[in-house]
Write a protein that binds this ligand. Structure first.
Ligand code: C2E
Ligand code: CA
Ligand code: CA
Length: 591
């Protein structure tokens, strides 16, 4: 079944709108039919629109005209005419003689009618004229009624476009999509729709073009994209295209229609290069999200949200296509909610706090420093691990806000410990985006000095080392801090793929072996050989070597024998709240 199974369904939205009261529209239409009455020299005229069951008069001049049920013969006959027709004398026509008779009113004898059509060719109403005398209708008069119907149509389309047509592309907008889905939700019982949302050109690119060659050219480009899109899709009746944002479109079709699934839509949009100006081109890199749903079960806004969710997933995962997936969607929504709550926590709401994990010297067994680790006690979810919320804020402004929050909190804590005479060096985890921020090193250093602390009390554990080494600013910032006494550590060494070549160039004092690397050195000989040789190499390069994630005495002993300097892990202590650190200050771990 075609989703737009009847011509009437397609323009239902239009008709629903037309049935709403609008005095300005009514006056204009009334004037038009007045004109029709005068030009054609008839007794009266009317404009009516139809939906599935009824014919509604929108404007009437000088005739008693009722809302007829479409089951009745005359209105049905009128709507089924595709051309202008007229009846010279109704009283001689058995099909109609019972209609158009109103008690107390003169009998209508002559009747002429011309259909009102949308630009898609769908008949949605009628312009009619009547006379109380039988009469003929000349070719000239047929032309006049058709010209007036054209005026009515143009007016309707312009009026409708106010709300439902996107100005720049000239195709239906997201409001039209919502309205269509709502109507289809009422009409279709168990048939599924397919909604594909396609980003052809992203908003950054549009602004880049507007900035380089001007807003007008950018708009012209968007129109061109839309035209091309329509051509390449070559939609059939019942398949609809909408502009839902600049450069972003939606295609609505029946679920059974595999021709318009996201993969086929994308395949038709390959290799499009548009010329903007001499030597300036825009390549379309389309990306799509798809969802199928029953509009009578899933509300319009939810259906569209699912399509957008799938598109967003495709964009953020760097793939060209994603099908809506409830689990991923729920996860992303939770993340989004968490991000808002994290922002609130960073701006003062309770929940965030630091814990400190002690590090011990393997030779002497004494405390050498602490690693500051962030904790978030969520009001509803309880403890949320940094491994859950940190990846979600990577590359967002929250990430730098979090770094500032951590640096500030650790600094305040160190001031307290210093005042109590028990300050020990604390390491802070920072990633490339924190270190490359404008003026980061200067601000970090000034913060230390202003709070009366010494740079030797601070250590930076660099996460994402590969990115740091590629970034000249990061290397300069770290070198500057190191020269002033802040110690710099390379975190997570040996996790994933690490190119040891960068050890030659980076300003590190400390290398921190990742937990993964050392986790089974007690039971796996090959791991032990790798770790021993790695420590050997790092010591020859004169680094301080720390092992993290040490969970048992056996591991600590092997590391110590291999020449590792410092160990940190549950064997020694779990990360502790600041208030509990004094308990461990004088602890000693003899191997
Ligand atoms: P990381 O820097 O490698 O930190 C070590 C992680 O291992 C910590 O997890 C710590 O609690 C855990 N750990 C310590 N000892 C052991 C052990 O013996 N066994 C096991 N299984 N785990 C141990 P946590 O605190 O959940 O942090 C996870 C990651 O989150 C950290 O990995 C770090 O990359 C990041 N992170 C934590 N706090 C911060 C922060 O304040 N800022 C930034 N940018 N990242 C942070
Ligand atoms: Ca770390
Ligand atoms: Ca690690």
């Amino acid at each position: 079944m075609n989703i737009y199974s009847g011509k009437i369904v397609l323009c239902e939205k239009f008709i629903t709108e037309l049935r709403t009261q609008d005095p300005a529209r009514y006056i204009l239409l009334k004037n038009i039919i007045h004109l029709a009455t005068d030009c054609l020299n008839v007794s009266g005229s009317f404009i009516s629109v139809l939906n599935e069951n009824l014919q509604h008069r929108i404007a009437v001049h000088n005739i008693p005209f009722h809302t007829y049920s479409l089951q009745e013969y005359l209105p049905r006959f009128i709507t089924e005419q595709s051309d202008t027709f007229y009846i010279t004398d109704i009283s001689h026509d058995a099909r109609f003689s019972d209609y158009l008779k109103t008690p107390g009113e003169p009998e209508i004898r002559f009747f002429a009618c011309t259909p009102l059509r949308t630009s898609d060719g769908v008949i949605f109403g009628t312009l009619g004229v009547c006379d109380i005398h039988p009469r003929r209708f000349s070719q000239r008069e047929i032309k006049v009624i058709e010209q007036i119907s054209y005026l009515v149509m143009e007016f309707f389309q312009a009026w409708n476009a106010r709300d439902f047509i996107d100005n720049s592309s000239g195709i239906p907008n997201s409001q039209a999509l919502v309205a269509d889905l709502q109507i289809l939700g009422v009409k279709t019982n168990d048939s599924e729709l397919r909604l594909v949302i396609i980003e052809c050109i992203n908003i950054h690119k549009i602004f880049e073009i507007a900035r380089t060659v001007g807003m007008l050219q950018a708009q012209a480009l968007l129109r061109e994209v839309c035209t091309l899109f329509r051509l390449r899709l070559s939609l059939s009746f019942g398949e609809r295209l909408y502009t839902i944002a600049p450069g972003c479109y939606a295609v609505l079709s029946n679920e059974e229609d595999k021709n318009l699934d996201a993969a086929s839509v994308l395949s038709r949009l390959q290799d499009i290069r548009l010329k903007i100006e001499h030597n300036i081109y825009a390549d379309l890199i389309p990306c799509a999200g798809e969802t199928c749903f029953n509009p009578s079960v899933i509300p319009a806004y939810e259906g569209i949200r699912r399509g957008v969710s799938a598109l967003h997933e495709a964009i953020s995962s760097g793939s060209s296509l994603q099908i809506f997936n409830e689990e991923t969607d729920a996860r992303r929504n939770t993340e989004f909610q968490l991000m808002n709550e994290l922002a609130a926590a960073l701006h003062g709401a309770p929940g965030l706090y630091m814990v400190y994990q002690p590090k011990f010297c393997l030779k002497t067994g004494t405390l050498t420093g602490l690693e500051a680790l962030i904790r978030w006690c969520h009001p509803v979810r309880g403890d949320v691990s940094p491994d859950t919320f940190l990846p979600a804020i990577t590359r967002t402004h929250l990430h730098s806000e979090l770094a500032d929050w951590v640096i500030n909190d650790v600094t305040v804590q160190l001031v307290k410990w210093q005042a109590a005479g028990c300050a020990v060096p604390v390491s802070i985890n920072l990633s490339e985006s924190d270190i490359t921020r404008d003026g980061f090193a200067k601000k970090f250093y000034e913060g230390i000095i202003l709070s009366g602390l010494t740079p030797q009390l601070f250590e930076i554990e660099c996460l994402e080392t590969e990115k740091i080494i590629e970034n000249e600013y990061a290397v300069t910032a770290l070198t500057m801090l190191r020269e002033r006494g802040v110690r710099i550590a390379l975190d997570d060494f040996g996790s994933g793929y690490n190119n040891v070549n960068y050890l030659r160039r980076m300003p590190f004092d400390i290398i921190k072996l990742d937990r993964e690397l050392i986790s089974d050195i007690v039971t796996d000989r090959r791991s032990q050989i790798i770790v021993t040789n790695t420590i050997n190499m790092l010591k020859s390069l004169e680094y301080t070597v720390i092992a993290e994630g040490v969970e048992d005495l056996g591991t600590a002993k092997i590391l110590s024998e291999a020449g590792c300097d410092i160990a940190q892990g549950y064997y020694y202590s779990r990360p502790l709240p600041a208030g509990e650190i004094t308990k461990i200050l004088y602890a000693k771990f003899i191997l």
